[in-house]
Structure formats: structure tokens, C-alpha cells
Design a protein around this ligand. Structure first.
Ligand SMILES: *Cc1c(COP(=O)(O)O)cnc(C)c1O
Length: 408
């Protein structure tokens, strides 16, 4: 037997069924037309934001990293809640504009930005987080071709990284950011070229649940930002401090203590060095804001026993939920939180393996979990599906097509 991950506490039962946003799962499926279906709850996202605002210093801006979930209605909803948006492609820029974000609220990071992407973003007034010295020169060239003043910041590849981070994106050789030792020279070049100097972006990792590790990283980020600003010889207008706030996906994962993170950050803000006194600070979060607000609903299409193992075969799978299958950056496959949505209140009575409909042994949604009795036609819920689900899975694989999505 392998445990299921922890089901986020926000979900309720009605008539033995899972409810999301006040509606039972079967009704949501009817509304959407069919399974497989992602449902995202506005209430859960809003509550997340409210808790975060309460915990964090007022001075701290909160940005949404849209790669976590770019579903248009959700993005529109986010535009009312957050202070800024982080994008990582020209395609995301188009979606961000359609969702109502203003170019001034947007910053654009990510390696391999093409000239056309730089052109569109610089022309509109988006802040570019430069990923290399070469990209800095290309951005300046694009801006002079357009005769506009570009808003430029530098993404730093720091020498340190966040302890215990799920996916490491800083420290040592990386395709992301400019090595910290080279930052001052590039910044001086940008400032000398009369660009609008927008400051630094220091991103050190993702999916951290340990408040102490985040607190330590944020302190390191602030001292690095102060050190680099002194080297550059200019005050820092803006510091994107990264994010990396995680959510519990697996058994024994404990939710992040944001109260502890917020009070430590307030203390840091109270004793800032002079060069950071006027700086505007932001964090950028993806999964923490939207991950637990999403549920992936699939229907059981077959029930079979093979060599003593009971399989529930669903109409969903890794083509929509790659992360739950364990094929998106995890070393050891563990079970995401899963449940039988149509018997959400029932006691677990049998051990089953829940699989998808793809003809590959990689397509597993839950291994050897205890579940209530479920039959063909019942609905399975995979939780923590609000981030890196639909848009981060290979939906063209095996011709199954994309999932439906609903914001409630
Ligand atoms: C992916 C990414 C994020 C969001 O990460 P989460 O783990 O979803 O919070 C934020 N910033 C950058 C630069 C990223 O690449």
C-alpha cells in the first residue's frame, strides 16, 4: 500500500460527492460537457491571496508566474488579485494582454527570447529580465531600432541556491540569468546606454516547504542585491526576490508556514541598507497561488484485476497531468492526492491502482492506494492540479486531445 498525498482542506462533501465552488463533481462534468476536466476554484485562489497578503509585509508586491496556469478565465481573475505578472514567452505576452494585464505590470524572463518577442515586449513597455550579456545587447539594439527607451532588469544567476527546493534554478552553471560576477558590468552598460534601469531578478528555486530555507534564501537575496547595487553604483528601483513557495503534494509534506516567512521578511525590511531603502520589492509565485485550487476529474472506463492488482482505468492520464504521473521532474514516483469524487465521503475499502488511458506503463495516476469501492462511471479526482497540469502536459500524445477546463 502507498499513501495518497494530502487532500487540500478546502474541499467539501455534498450528497457523498466532492464539491468544488459549491457544485458537486457530477454537475461540473455535466456543465463542462464531459471528462476529463480541470476545475479551478476562484474562492480557493482568493483565499490564498488573502492569507498571503496578511502574512507578508505590506511593502511586498505579489506577482503571478503565469506558466503555472495560463487558462484565460483564470488569468483574467488573477489580473484583479495580483500586483504584477511574470511571463516567459511572447505567446504568454499575448495571453497576458488579452487577460487585461497592462504592459507596465508585466516582466518577461526566460532564456532564448527571440528578436520578435523582444520587439513586441519592449515596444509595449514590458520590463525585460535579461538572461545574458548577449541578450542585453540585442534588447538595446531592438530598442534603438524602435526608438524607445527599454525597461531593462537583469536576472541574476546567484552563486547560492535555495536549500530543499524541488527544482533547482540557481547556483553554478545555468542557462538562466547572468552569473553574479558579471552582473555589474552588464548593468553599467545598460545604464550607460540610457535604458530605463529596472533592477534585479533573483530566482533561486521552486516548491520549497521549509520556511527556514526560504527565510535564509530571502536574506541572501537581499544582501546580494545590496552588494550588486553598490558595485553598479546606483540605487535599485525594483527587486524581484523570486518565490519558490511550495504546496504539499505528497504524504508527510507539511504546508509552508507563510506567517514565519512574512515576519522574517518584515524584520529584514526594517533593517535595509541605504542602497535598498527606496527599492520596490516583489515575489513571484505560481503553484502556491493556484496549485491547490485545481482538481482534475476523470471518469473510470474500466475496472480489471491483473495478477491480483485491481486497476481502475480512467479516461484521463499523463497527457493532461504529467506531474501526477511522476514524469515531470520527480525522482521517485509518489502519489498525488487522489480520491473517488463520486464517493468522496466513503471509507476506503480496497487497494487499487489508478491509471490513465494511454498505452504506456508511464501513465499512472495513483499506485496501490486505498480507496472506497469504485465502479465504471465513477469519477476520480486528482488534487493539486491547478498548476503545471493542462498546459504542462503532452496533450497531443496518443491523439487523446486536450482536457476541458472550467473556472468556478
Ligand atoms: C517557474 C517559475 C516561477 C514559478 O514557480 P512556482 O514553483 O510555480 O512558484 C517563478 N519564477 C520563475 C523565474 C520561474 O521560472
Amino acid at each position: 500500500m502507498k499513501p495518497s498525498g494530502p487532500i487540500p482542506p478546502d474541499f467539501k462533501i455534498m450528497d457523498d460527492e466532492l464539491t468544488i465552488g459549491g457544485k458537486v463533481a457530477s454537475e461540473l462534468v455535466r456543465e463542462a460537457g464531459d471528462t476529463p476536466l480541470f476545475v479551478y476554484s476562484r474562492d480557493i485562489v482568493a483565499a490564498r491571496m488573502e492569507g498571503l497578503r496578511k502574512a507578508m509585509p505590506e511593502r511586498l508586491k505579489i506577482h503571478y508566474a503565469m506558466k503555472a496556469n495560463p487558462f484565460a478565465p483564470l488569468l483574467e481573475f488573477m489580473s484583479e488579485l495580483v500586483d504584477g505578472l511574470d511571463i516567459a514567452s511572447g505567446g504568454e505576452f499575448v495571453m497576458a494582454r488579452e487577460a487585461g494585464f497592462l504592459p507596465r505590470e508585466i516582466s518577461f524572463a526566460g532564456p532564448g527570447k527571440r528578436d520578435e518577442e523582444l520587439k513586441a515586449a519592449i515596444k509595449a513597455g514590458v520590463t525585460i529580465n535579461l538572461e545574458s550579456a548577449n541578450e542585453a545587447r540585442r534588447a538595446l539594439d531592438v530598442a534603438s531600432f524602435l526608438s524607445v527607451t527599454p525597461r531593462l532588469a537583469i536576472r541574476v544567476n546567484p552563486d547560492f541556491e535555495m536549500r530543499g527546493s524541488g527544482m533547482k534554478m540557481g547556483g553554478g552553471a545555468k542557462p538562466f540569468g547572468i552569473d553574479q560576477a558579471q552582473v555589474a558590468d552588464v548593468a553599467k552598460e545598460i545604464i550607460a546606454a540610457a535604458a530605463d534601469w529596472r533592477g534585479l531578478h533573483i530566482y533561486t528555486g521552486s516548491q520549497a516547504l521549509d520556511a527556514a530555507a526560504i527565510i535564509e534564501t530571502q536574506a541572501n537575496v537581499l544582501s546580494l542585491a545590496a552588494e550588486l547595487s553598490s558595485q553598479i553604483g546606483a540605487e535599485l528601483p525594483h527587486l524581484n526576490m523570486g518565490g519558490g513557495f511550495g504546496i504539499p503534494y505528497f504524504d508527510k509534506d507539511q504546508p509552508l508556514d507563510i506567517g514565519a516567512v512574512g515576519s522574517a521578511l518584515s524584520e529584514q525590511f526594517a533593517k535595509l541598507p541605504d542602497i535598498l531603502q527606496q527599492t520596490e520589492f516583489a515575489i513571484e509565485l505560481g503553484r502556491y497561488l493556484v496549485g491547490e485550487a485545481g482538481v482534475y476529474l476523470t471518469r473510470i472506463v474500466d475496472r480489471k484485476v491483473s495478477h491480483g492488482v485491481t486497476y481502475l482505468v480512467t479516461d484521463g492520464g499523463l497527457h493532461h497531468q504529467l506531474a501526477a504521473s511522476g514524469n515531470f521532474g520527480t525522482v521517485v514516483r509518489r502519489n498525488y492526492p487522489v480520491a473517488i469524487a463520486s464517493h468522496f465521503g466513503a471509507e476506503p475499502v480496497e487497494e487499487v491502482s489508478i491509471v490513465g488511458c494511454l498505452c504506456t506503463p508511464l501513465d499512472r495516476l495513483a499506485d496501490n492506494v486505498m480507496m472506497p469501492r469504485a465502479e465504471v462511471g465513477d469519477l476520480v479526482a486528482v488534487f493539486c492540479a491547478g498548476a503545471y497540469g493542462a498546459s504542462a502536459s503532452p496533450s497531443a500524445f496518443l491523439g487523446q486531445g486536450p482536457a476541458r477546463e472550467l473556472l468556478v
